[in-house]
Design a protein around this ligand. Structure first.
Ligand code: MF3
Ligand code: CO
Ligand code: CO
Length: 266
């Protein structure tokens, strides 16, 4: 393993011992995402779900990375139906058939854990379930492309090919990011692209992959609250996010579910 250093693109190369800190932060994030599944049901509010997350982050000895981040006030982003990302928890009551992304970022011993998954309230439509499955599988296709010598374009191309092959679209306006002892670092991890393009992956790079996939068109707009991003055509949107670290022969996923839960309510 190389010494810790930064590439010309500004991408930090971490040392082997840094993986353990990321695993601990990622595991804690994933544990909270496991626990939150049973709190998602018709009649509850996204604010109540966020209150639970805030409490658990504290009880588990971590700090929320999102509270106070650029003025954001909540321990999670909760993005319901046509909300693409950065949905603000509040008084909104879930109804039967709603699909939602819950995105949690914690800081543990200085390391950032960042992950999101999809949840459903009650029984979702067949097309909503299909969107969730394709989005999850698109993320895993992207992760399968992660190894030293591959490029960030390979990751984006794998996700785009998979999603568009299922006649769904990839959001262009938001991307994954380098992570580690900081929340958002270089590079921008695009969820679309061409094989062989973009920076080369090296052992010791830590980043998120977090594709947002729409049933309709890819365009988004941000609402007047300056956070909530929605699909312009009001079509349903889904997202999954993992944080990964590049190893000698592939990658380790820092945010794997300890309980093996990926679709907690399906
Ligand atoms: N967790 C989000 C990400 O994946 C960022 C949320 S920033 C917030 O990068 F302020 F909106 F919470
Ligand atoms: Co992220
Ligand atoms: Co996130």
């Amino acid at each position: 393993m190389n010494e810790a250093r930064v590439t010309p693109e500004g991408i930090r190369i971490h040392a082997r011992e840094d993986f353990e800190g990321m695993h601990a932060a990622g595991r804690l994030t994933a544990r909270i995402l496991d626990e939150v599944g049973e709190r998602v049901f018709p009649g509850t509010t996204t604010g109540e779900i966020d209150d639970f997350i805030r409490t658990r982050v504290e009880e588990l000895g971590a700090t929320s990375a999102t509270i106070g981040y650029r003025g954001y006030q909540h321990a999670s982003c909760i993005s319901v139906n046509h909300v693409v990302c950065h949905g603000i928890p509040g008084e909104k009551r879930l109804v039967d058939g709603d699909i939602l992304n819950i995105d949690v970022t914690v800081i543990l011993d200085g390391w950032f854990g960042d992950s999101s998954r999809m949840y459903v309230a009650g029984t979702p439509s067949v097309k909503a379930r299909r969107l969730i499955q394709v989005t999850h599988d698109a993320l895993m296709k992207g992760i399968e492309a992660v190894r030293p010598g591959a490029t960030f374009g390979d990751i984006g191309a794998a996700i785009q090919t998979y999603a568009e092959g299922h006649r769904m679209s990839v959001v262009r306006d938001f991307c994954g990011h380098g992570i580690g002892r900081v929340f958002h670092a270089p590079p921008n991890v695009l969820h679309f692209g061409r094989p062989g393009k973009g920076p080369k992956l090296e052992e010791g790079m830590f980043f998120t992959i977090e594709p947002m996939i729409n049933l309709g068109r890819p365009e988004t707009k941000v609402l007047a609250d300056d956070w909530t991003a929605v699909t312009r055509d009001k079509s349903l949107s889904a997202q999954f996010e993992h944080a990964v670290g590049v190893t000698a022969d592939g990658c380790e996923i820092f945010t794997l579910s300890p309980a093996g839960k990926y679709f907690p309510a399906i």
